[in-house]
Design a protein around this ligand. Structure first.
Ligand SMILES: Nc1ncnc2c1ncn2[C@@H]1O[C@H](COP(=O)(O)OP(=O)(O)OP(=O)(O)O)[C@@H](O)[C@H]1O
Length: 585
């Protein structure tokens, strides 16, 4: 029972009570819809009596009553149907909308580790297709099944009043056929899992193909990769066919055959009772006709089995996504008043492999600390831990003396401006993309930030200026332009902590001077942590931390580090030599 309750809760997106209210109306609606069905049985009875006993007159008054019932049903039905249909559609649409929003908020609270382990295709499948499946199930499938059950009960009551033995003959095959329906539902589970996996593969494949089309074209692989995509689409088609015709189909077929045998059982039982004179020809005919209207809905249940199985998996996937544990949030919000950042014995692993080992570091307030070191040494990871995109595996990070775990994520991120090497711009206007830095910023403030970040001129040269739409991910702008917009965002935010990860990596020399000035304005009086591969750009930093294989190997000013032999002086020397590097003809 608890498994059923859990299943029902999943399929109604946790809104069981509200759904039951909607379903109650829908059942009432089904009851009203079924009245003509009962009237039809009564009419047959009323009309056949004079046929069987010629001395009786046609009972016109009874026919009049039945017609009156039908008319009343028709008028009542118009109102009830309208209400139940509208209530169901708007009511359940509201439930799915709320659940989708809750899912969006939930996803926001998950660590970046979660997103690294799930691809975008997979998540978009849940948000789009799985919710649609649930919507169809709750709005159409479940009410239809409920209607079938109501008709069933009505038929049992009305037919039993005529003849209990014949009623038993009609229903005899149903308990025999239903186990086959459940068995085929069980068998379908594997096929439906396979179908959903292949649907995810196709969604992920399309996203990857479109996202990587430039690289694929450059490497002449667009055709080859398309073949892979074609293969996964074929896999999808194959899985869909298997769902309908696979191992579950023969089982379901046996159930259907049994149901079809039911009419034979009714015929034989009726014939037997008729010859013994225990059943009138009227009842015989009535049972023959009515048994068809009973088996048809049950046969329909068999066709719903595939839908049931598929939708149950969709519900399960929504549920399991909700069950993903978010990063623990501080209950009582602590807001730092100072902005120095301290790493105490911090170790971190993305998965199993540790990439930072017992880091002890202080990033003093209102000073610039640079992180340098070979590629993969853990520089970006340190900045991402400060913004709490991941939680540390061991140790603690403090901001202004408060462990960042105890600072609500809104407050923490409100205190940090981030300029990463891979800038993402949204499919929106340039103005709105800059406004992400501070939602209540005025147009004048946005323009001022853009001027400081040296992007005002190129924005004004665009055909609609600040109102120009940016392609998804910033695809219509150059790398340097995107980088400058992200600096404008950070300038607008004016947060006390600034994380710069290769912020000047995409800039041409012409812009570099301007951008250096903008960055100088951005970092003034802030706690700044900067990553730069070109040591020249950070030689003025107050402190330089050298990382090697996830551990701090040296720390000091540029001059101090140059004085001692080590990776810093080696890197510095290499970069000085590389200054004269050129492609040899
Ligand atoms: N999302 C991730 N999942 C798993 N491993 C990761 C992830 N991001 C980085 N790593 C690994 O963690 C280690 C440190 O990476 P990190 O990006 O911090 O280095 P980095 O010093 O900033 O490198 P670079 O200078 O090339 O940007 C590397 O071995 C990298 O492969």
């Amino acid at each position: 029972m608890s498994a059923f309750r859990e299943w029902f809760e999943t399929m109604t997106l946790g809104q069981t009570k509200k759904y039951m209210e909607l379903l109650a109306w829908s059942l009432f609606d089904s009851f009203v819809v079924s009245i003509p069905y009962a009237v039809m049985i009564m009419a047959m009875y009323v009309l056949l009596i004079p046929v069987l006993s010629p001395e009786t007159k046609l009972p016109l008054n009874r026919m009049g009553i039945l017609t009156g019932i039908l008319l009343a049903q028709f008028i009542g039905y118009l109102f009830i149907r309208r209400k139940s249909y509208l209530d169901f559609c708007t009511g359940f649409a509201g439930t799915t909308r709320t659940s989708r929003i809750q899912m969006g908020e939930h996803l926001r609270s998950l660590s970046m580790g979660f997103f690294a382990s799930r691809d975008a295709g997979d998540l978009s499948t849940v948000l789009l297709r799985d919710y649609t499946e649930i919507e169809n199930f709750a709005q159409q499938l479940l009410p239809q099944v409920a209607t079938i059950l109501i008709r069933f009960l009505l038929a049992v009551v009305v037919l039993s009043a005529f003849d209990v033995r014949m009623t038993a003959a009609v229903f005899l095959v149903i308990p025999l056929a239903l186990p086959f329906a459940f068995l085929s539902l069980k068998r379908m589970e594997k096929e439906s899992r396979r179908l959903q996996t292949s649907q995810q593969e196709v969604a992920a494949g399309i996203l990857e193909y479109v996202g990587g089309i430039q690289t694929l074209k450059a490497f002449h692989m667009a055709g080859e990769r398309f073949e892979t995509l074609k293969a996964s689409v074929a896999g999808w088609q194959h899985a869909s066919i298997r769902l309908e015709t696979g191992a579950a189909a023969p089982v379901s077929m046996v159930g259907r055959c049994l149901l079809n045998c039911g009419i034979g059982v009714v015929m034989l039982t009726g014939g037997f009772l008729l010859t013994k004179g225990e059943l009138s020809p009227f009842y015989y005919m009535a049972f023959m006709l009515l048994s068809l209207t009973i088996y048809d809905p049950v046969l329909m249940l068999f066709t719903f089995i595939a839908d049931f199985s598929r939708t149950a998996r969709s519900g399960g996937r929504i549920r399991s996504l909700f069950e993903e544990k978010p990063l623990p949030e501080a209950k009582e919000g602590a807001a730092p008043e100072k902005y120095d950042i301290v790493f105490k014995d911090v170790s971190f692993a993305y998965g199993r492999e540790e990439v930072l080992h017992r880091i002890n570091l202080t990033f003093p307030e209102r000073s610039v600390t640079a992180l340098v070191g070979p590629s993969g040494s853990g520089k970006s990871t340190i900045t991402r831990l400060i913004a709490r995109f991941w939680d540390v595996t061991e140790g603690e990070i403090r901001m202004g003396g408060i462990p960042i775990r105890n600072i609500p994520s809104q407050t923490l991120l409100g205190n940090i401006s981030v300029v990463f090497q891979d800038v993402y711009l949204f499919h929106d206007t340039i103005e709105e993309n800059i406004r992400m830095g501070r939602e209540d910023a005025t147009h004048e403030e946005i323009v001022a930030a853009a001027k400081k970040a040296a992007c005002h001129d190129f924005i004004m040269a665009l055909h609609r200026g600040y109102q120009t739409m940016v392609g998804e991910g910033g695809s219509t702008l150059s790398g340097g332009e995107k980088q400058r917009i992200s600096i404008a965002r950070a300038l607008l935010k004016d947060a006390p902590v600034v994380l710069l990860d290769e912020a000047t990596s995409s800039l041409d020399p012409e812009n570099e001077v301007l951008i250096q000035q903008a960055i100088s304005a951005l970092v003034e009086e802030k706690t700044v942590i900067v990553i730069a591969h070109r040591l020249q750009s950070i030689s003025n930093a107050d402190k330089i931390v050298v990382l090697e294989e996830g551990a701090v190997s040296a720390c000091g000013t540029h001059e101090e580090l140059l004085r001692e032999p080590g990776i810093y002086s080696q890197l510095w020397q290499e970069q000085q030599n590389a200054g004269s590097w050129q492609i040899k003809a």
